[in-house]
Design a binder for this molecule. Structure first.
Ligand code: C5P
Length: 395
């Protein structure tokens, strides 16, 4: 399902100010956003702000005569792919759960024929109140998707559940909602980022991997409905919200973390740029500079992917091959040597650390090229391919 046009409903609560940033991020992603505010929301944020960000007039009133036939409650959702109410107040959830329709936003939620998502935001006691929980349960039974709330500090000074998810998290959740659930019920293990092999207390050997491709693969797997463990070398990226991240530094630590997870995994996607060598005798202290040549003794690191793939009952293993020459030939050799059903070839000089990449998928059936695109798009295409091969093999 593609999210091209959404109706963004905003109800009364302090978190309404975040709706402006949410609308901005959605518009930046190419989504056409139509904002509809409740009367109470207008006490917290001005419609002019949302109108400027979305490029559309903002509606509140059921009797608004800017829509010709007086059918705003029907017309506004007719070509929408989804309605997202963020923030959704306790009162609005109560109203929705009863199917009431006494203002434009509640009426269009009742009259819609597209999916409805709500992101609650309220004081923690209002959230925990049995009445609110009853309303939320009923909404879920009615097929409404509930995003959050998060826990943390609240505007009222209390701490607990009831915070609106951050705008970037809401966009992520909305996009995830729209992806087909191709890996539902499966466990996916992903390695990402570089590894770091210590030379001494403050220096080490690493590489230019940013971790972006691996994190995008983890996110695409979550979007596809999988449970994801992300074993990550040092990066400055935030993991996808629902990933279980295990942080490691060296290749040896990555191997141990992967071995602890691999038994449970249905699919293992090794995206990490693992250092080929480690320093045999790293110094605990900082090595002092002197005029002599310094010789480091390096020993080969274990091949994590090959280890997992050579198990008697391996998960479905996917490798990455970054090459700077003879890309597909070398990648295919690597695929055979490591006994992988699928390898993803990319040009090391273009891909590592970059935002966009061109990929070539090599498997038993041949090659498939994924033309240059951002890493999340590529990761979604890869997950689609992995799901197809996995289903052909096991289902
Ligand atoms: O042999 P090469 O390093 O090019 O293989 C790349 C693939 O193998 C990647 O999927 C990478 O994550 C994985 N790999 C690994 N452990 C290593 C080296 C590579 O899992 N020590």
């Amino acid at each position: 399902m593609e999210l091209k046009r959404i109706v963004l409903g905003i109800t009364g609560g302090v978190a309404a100010y975040k709706a402006a940033e949410l609308a901005r991020l959605l518009v930046k992603d190419g989504v056409d956003v139509q904002a509809v505010m409740s009367e109470a929301a207008r006490h917290f944020i001005g419609p002019a702000t949302l109108q400027a960000i979305t490029g559309h007039p903002v509606f509140t009133d059921l009797w608004d005569d800017r829509i010709d036939n007086g059918m705003a409650h029907i017309d506004l959702t007719r070509d929408a792919d989804a309605v997202l109410v963020a923030p959704a107040s306790a009162d609005f959830l109560a109203k929705l759960s009863q199917g009431r329709a006494d203002d434009l936003l509640s009426t269009l939620c009742l009259a819609r024929d597209c999916p409805l998502l709500v992101a609650p935001a309220m004081n923690r006691q209002m959230w925990e109140h049995p009445a609110t929980q009853r309303n939320v349960d009923r909404l879920k039974e009615d097929g409404v998707t509930v995003l959050g709330p998060a826990a943390g500090e609240q505007a009222c000074g209390e701490t607990g559940f009831g915070r609106l998810l951050e705008p970037a998290e809401l966009v992520e959740a909305l996009q995830a909602y729209a992806q087909p659930k191709l890996l539902k019920g499966l466990k996916v293990l992903v390695t990402a980022g570089p590894t770091y092999e210590a030379i001494d207390a403050v220096r080490g050997i690493t590489n230019l991997s940013s971790g972006r491709m691996g994190y995008a693969v983890a996110r695409a797997a979550i979007e596809a409905g999988a449970e994801v463990a992300l074993v990550s070398g040092p990066t400055c990226l935030a993991p996808p919200r629902q990933a279980r991240r295990v942080d490691v530094t060296s290749a040896q630590q990555m191997l141990e973390a992967v071995e602890a997870e691999a038994d449970r995994a249905d699919i293992f996607i090794a995206v990490a740029a693992v250092a080929d060598y480690y320093v045999l005798n790293p110094s605990e202290m900082k090595i002092k500079k002197d005029a002599h040549i310094l010789t480091l003794e390096l020993a080969p690191n274990p091949d994590i992917l090959a280890n997992v793939a050579s198990r008697p009952k391996p998960p479905f293993c996917v490798g990455f091959a970054a090459e700077s020459e003879n890309l597909e030939e070398y990648a295919e050799l690597k695929r055979r040597r490591k006994h992988l059903p699928l390898i993803v070839a990319n040009d090391a000089r273009e891909a590592i650390g970059a935002a966009q990449t061109r990929l070539v998928l090599l498997d038993d059936a041949g090659r498939q090229e994924l033309p240059r695109a951002d890493k999340l798009t590529q990761a979604r295409r890869l997950i689609e391919h992995v799901a197809r091969l996995y289903n052909a093999r096991y289902q």
